[in-house]
Each structure stands twice: as structure tokens, then as C-alpha cells.
Design a protein around this ligand. Structure first.
Ligand code: ARG
Length: 431
């Protein structure tokens, strides 16, 4: 392994080097293309202030494109030959261009280099999250719209409570994922700030073209203070994991519902066979393993957030501890987004079993309707509540009438799907 910072006279201990590098170079594969783009912007900025002659910038520009292409088609592999992705870029440029490569690190540190690559990565992941949440909300909304007549039990404490509908269930998740999409775009905008040019955390004695690199990399603003750029390491990662966690938390609840609804005891839902697996010992089983792993996915996201939170228990300034934010970040974001990606098809293809849903409605579930009707007609509610508790008064009603009468805004009789649709349509298709 070649080390950028090796100055001679100091013996390199392989075990110690391996510990320092950890799985960093492998994790840097996630960020490598962003690191290349940020390196191009930094080099262009150096050319703008006269540190790099134009022809040297042109060479760097060309070789960075070649490196990105070679990385994309697998002819360049980021592996343990390098300490990390940052070293790999400088090594390759130096090997191909000589002094131009040796000049690229002027005025930058790996500390701002890792920040800017991570920042670009986080921004694209928040775009992906927003788009995914919009897709999930669209499926939920379409199903709510199509299923207004399917009654199902509404539960509290997992006890039968009132008549509800599958449309009401879907519309709840539609609104949840609209909020999740909004949180993703707000988080994206919040972290859309350029840390490049803050160097090791204290700026440098050069008039770096920071405003130019900001627009070059498409950032909305400059992250001004170099000390703050370092303080934001981990903090912005946590914000992104919280945005994903907001979605995986709703996913966990939906998966919980589906794991209950697919039991023989409930029997409300049939999942397509591709979402179930067999048992190695029990020939009769079809298990909802995918739904269960979707449910567990929130744990991965939430634990990643907690791990980063522990790592950043540090004083201000750069510390090598911060390298350990990358593992949980890649794991949490990757796992969360992969889980969410399965959801649109699962939601679109699950089937309700109408007979089982209907059979699970019993007359007690109209008691609340009755109490409120009596109160509407003038009886004080507390008295109506007592009268409606009497099973003798639970004449069988029909679910459709109960649902149609649920006219409180948002209720099954007035789902306000148009309001949700308008919010959903307001999301710009970004990038
Ligand atoms: N792998 C390092 C990290 O993730 C890169 C920055 C190294 N900086 C340093 N001063 N040693 O933090």
C-alpha cells in the first residue's frame, strides 16, 4: 500500500496499517464517484486562482473522467492497494500526469474531501428516498381510491373497536409516506451545503474558489465556517438516517399489520407467493419472511443512527474516530432504501380476503355509532354512551352505512383523498 503521507524514516507496521485502514477502502467504493466529481471541482477551482496551469487542469479533468469510466466498467477496482478512495485518486493522477497529480491536493485535506464526497452521496440518497416515498404514497392512494367499499375491523389495543375500511387503512399510509417524502426533501435541502475548501477544518492561506465549487457541484449554499464543516460530520449523516427512519418506522407498522393479517386467525390478506417462503421442516408452511425482514429493517436504520451518535461524542475538530461513521451510514442507508424499494410492488399486489374481513365485523362494533347518533339527537353523550353499551340495542347494522356516515373530515365517509393527491402532486420530480 502506498501512503500519501509517508515521509520516510518511519517503519510501516502492516498490522497497525490494516487496523487504521479497516474496511475504509471498501466503504469508499460507495463515495468514489462523488469523490472524483468533487476532485474535479477542486482542481477547476485551483485553476481559477492560478495554482494549476490550464493544461494541467485539462489533464486532470480528462484523467478523472477516465478513472470514473474505468471504475464504472470494473477495469479500475478500489481495493487494499490504496489506503482509501482519496489516496487512490491522487495516486492515479500522479501516475498518469506526474506533477499535475502531485498538485491536486493543494489547499485541501482528506478531512474536507471525505465531507464533500459524503455530502454529495447523502444528497442523492435523500433524492432517492423522496422519490421512493412518493411512489409508495401513490400506490397507497390509488388503492384507497379503488377500494372505498371494502369494510374491515378497526382495532385499538388489537381489540375489535369500530367498523373501518381498507381504504381508510391505505389512506393512512398514503399520508404517512407523503410526510416521509416531505421530510426527505427538507433533509436534502438542509444538508445541501458545500464543505469543500474548508481543508483540515481551519481554512488555508489561499483565496480558494469556494463559491465556484459550490455552484459547480450544484450545492444550494456554502457551508461557510471550516470548524462547523467538521462539526457537521456525523450530524448530517444522523439527519439522513432519521429521514429514512421516519419511513422505515411506518414500514415496520405496515409489515406488522401484514404479518398479523396473513395468519390463519385473521386471514384478511393473501400475499403473492413470491413474498413467502417455505419451511425446511414443516411441509404445510408458507411464511411471510419478506414482510418480517421489512419489519426488522427499521432496527438496522435506527441502530446505525445510534452508532453514529456514539462515534461523534468528540470534541470539535477532526478525529480519526469519524471514519467509523461510514460503516453504519452505508449499512443503514443502504438497508433502509433497499427495504423501501420492495414496498410499492408488495402493496400493489397484496389481496384482501373480503369474506374474512366481513366475518370479523360483529354488532358490538356499531356501539360507538349508536352512542354518537343518540348524542347527535340531543341525549347528553355520557348517557348515550351507557345506553349504547347495552347489547340489546346492537341491532345488526350494515358496514356500508356505518362507513358512509363517518363524515368527520378524514374519516371513512370523507377520506379527503383529493387533499392527499394535491400534496403528492406538489412534489417536484427531482433529478
Ligand atoms: N478515512 C478518513 C475518514 O473517513 C479520511 C480522512 C482522513 N483524515 C485524516 N486526517 N487522517 O475520516
Amino acid at each position: 500500500m502506498s501512503l500519501l503521507w509517508q515521509k520516510g524514516g518511519v517503519e510501516v507496521d502492516a498490522r497497525i496499517q490494516a487496523f487504521l485502514a479497516g474496511d475504509d477502502v471498501l466503504l469508499d467504493r460507495e463515495f468514489f464517484l462523488h469523490d472524483i466529481e468533487a476532485s474535479r471541482a477542486h482542481a477547476r477551482g485551483l485553476a481559477a486562482i492560478g495554482i494549476l496551469p490550464q493544461d494541467e487542469f485539462d489533464g486532470i479533468d480528462r484523467e478523472l473522467t477516465a478513472l470514473a469510466n474505468a471504475y464504472g466498467d470494473g477495469t479500475f477496482v478500489l481495493d487494499a492497494r490504496y489506503e482509501d478512495g482519496h489516496s487512490a485518486i491522487e495516486d492515479v493522477l500522479t501516475e498518469r500526469l506526474g506533477d499535475a497529480g502531485r498538485r491536486i491536493h493543494t489547499g485541501r485535506s482528506r478531512n474536507d474531501q471525505v465531507l464533500v464526497a459524503t455530502r454529495l452521496w447523502l444528497r442523492s440518497k435523500m433524492d432517492e428516498l423522496a422519490a421512493r416515498c412518493v411512489e409508495i404514497a401513490s400506490v397507497a392512494l390509488a388503492r384507497a381510491d379503488a377500494e372505498r367499499d371494502i369494510a374491515m375491523p378497526g382495532y385499538t389495543h388489537l381489540q375489535r373497536a369500530v367498523v373501518s375500511s381498507t381504504a381508510h387503512w391505505w389512506a393512512g399510509f398514503a399520508e404517512a409516506f407523503i410526510d416521509n417524502a416531505q421530510r426527505a426533501t427538507q433533509t436534502r435541502d438542509w444538508l445541501d451545503a458545500n464543505p469543500l475548501g474548508t481543508a483540515a477544518g481551519y481554512g488555508v492561506n489561499l483565496p480558494l474558489a469556494r463559491d465556484a465549487t459550490t455552484s459547480d457541484l450544484g450545492f444550494a449554499r456554502l457551508q461557510v465556517n471550516p470548524a462547523y464543516a467538521q462539526l457537521s460530520r456525523g450530524k448530517f449523516e444522523i439527519a439522513a438516517l432519521e429521514a429514512i427512519g421516519s419511513a422505515t418506522m411506518d414500514l415496520r407498522r405496515m409489515a406488522w399489520d401484514l404479518s398479523l393479517f396473513t395468519t390463519a386467525e385473521f386471514g384478511f390478506v393473501a400475499l403473492p407467493a413470491r413474498y413467502t417462503t417455505g419451511s425446511s421442516i414443516m411441509p404445510n408452511k408458507r411464511n411471510p419472511d419478506v414482510v418480517e425482514l421489512l419489519r426488522a429493517s427499521h432496527a438496522v436504520v435506527s441502530a446505525a443512527r445510534a452508532e453514529i451518535d456514539q462515534v461523534v461524542a468528540l470534541p470539535s475538530g477532526y478525529h480519526r474516530d469519524l471514519q467509523f461513521t461510514k460503516g453504519p451510514l452505508v449499512r443503514g442507508v443502504g438497508h433502509g432504501l433497499r427495504a423501501l424499494a420492495l414496498l410499492p410492488d408488495l402493496m400493489a399486489s397484496l389481496e384482501w380476503k373480503r369474506e374474512a374481513l366481513a366475518a370479523a365485523l360483529d354488532p358490538s362494533m356499531y356501539a360507538t355509532d349508536l352512542a354518537i347518533e343518540l348524542a347527535r339527537d340531543g341525549m347528553p353523550f355520557r348517557q348515550a354512551y351507557r345506553e349504547a353499551a347495552d347489547p340489546a340495542r346492537w341491532a345488526a347494522r350494515d358496514p356500508a352505512t356505518s362507513l358512509a356516515a363517518r363524515i368527520s373530515p378524514g374519516g371513512a365517509g370523507d377520506l379527503r383523498l383529493e387533499t392527499l393527491r394535491a400534496r403528492l402532486d406538489a412534489f417536484p420530480a427531482r433529478r
